[in-house]
Design a protein around this ligand. Sequence first.
Ligand code: PMP
Length: 450
Amino acid sequence: MRDKNFLVENNAKPIWHPMAHPAEMRAQPPRIIMKGEGVHVTDIDGRTVLDAVGGLWNVNLGYSCDPIKKAITDQLDALPYYSGFRGASTGPSIELAYELTEWFKPEGMVRAFFTSGGSDSVESALRLARQYWKIKGQADRTKFLALKKGYHGTHFGGASVNGNANFRRNYEPLLPGVFHIPAPWTYRNPFNETDPIKLAQLCAAAMEDEITFQGADTIAAFIMEPVLGAGGVIVPPDNFMKLAREICDRHGILMISDEVVTGFGRTGAWSGSRLWGVKPDMMTIAKAITSGYFPLGATLIGEKIAEAFEADTTSFSSIGHGYTYSGHPVGCAAGVAALAETRRLKLDENAAARGKDLADALAQLKARHPSVGDVRSKGLMAAIELVADRDSKKPADKKTMAKVADATYEAGVMVRVSGNNIILSPPLILTSADVTRMAEGISAGLSAAS
Ligand code: PMP
């Protein structure tokens, strides 16, 4: 690699960064991260901080997982790439598909369709849902239902089911036939309902109302994140996903659980569906599938859909969909190793235990800092929502958010800002002492910015 001067000189110049304004990035170049070890990352100036972002919700095993690194290098030596298109397969893809279908058996998943990441997984699920209904002779079922505030990646399909205008407006017109219902979010909702159980019922009623209005026999699938991540870690009330499942069943609508963030223990359960006791028809996974060490994702297929495709002999059931990197052998080898480590270290249990520590720490932050309007968490995914004042709940502005993030970094903790939320998704190998350090850093950041 070229030297530090070259990297600093060219930072944010020949590159456009995702989810950023190119000119703003030039004016305020991003930190260049050079090294990772355990739960820490080190920037180009040699400054080491605790990574409370966990890469991007994905580095569950931290940065020093030797078994994944070895699996990747061994596979690179043996076979760096081969396609999984009809007529060929590879060892790691077969092994990982086997592991995933075993792992997600309680959710009813029986097949894995590999992708290159979360957006691909969502796109695949939406397309396979439409195809399922064609196989079933119900070609009118083409529409999708989703939650406002939901995040499902940035492909046209994913952006269409996305429930946040920031990811939609510049790319419209999006897919027609997509409808959104209110998210069950107690802090802000159109019903002004603060009781979680009642709110879940109101949102479920809105869902049922939209289905009746559209005509159930025109709707292919409902997609939701079991815990809404990028939308601000919105934790649905305990009864919501079950209610949504019942509504889907009543109207014959497929349920897609987008588990790109919640998939491998982050909430304290192995999946978000398992957390809420729901069996979806498909699951989308990515991110922690390799702990971020290699780009990979998968759409997992439930029994009902698998049977329909596999029993049908018409041309409808041939999968005319896939990616050059579907089942990439290096990614799948990384996935097998990441799964084994995740299981061995019981990261779900650690996420649940450290999640309790984190929830306590967040409550203290809220008590201490008036700029904190709300704190939300499940396991080791959390949001600290900042407001200009608590009564009006007016969101904190962009400048304040950047100031808090910078001051927190100065205090030794990397956090991510999304809208007026500080988002936390640290590696799941976190210790209690790390939680304390994280909270202290954020507290210092909040004080410095107030
Ligand atoms: N779905 C969810 C729930 C996500 O959080 C994300 C990414 N944050 C995606 C889909 C898209 O994944 P990717 O960025 O890997 O395409």
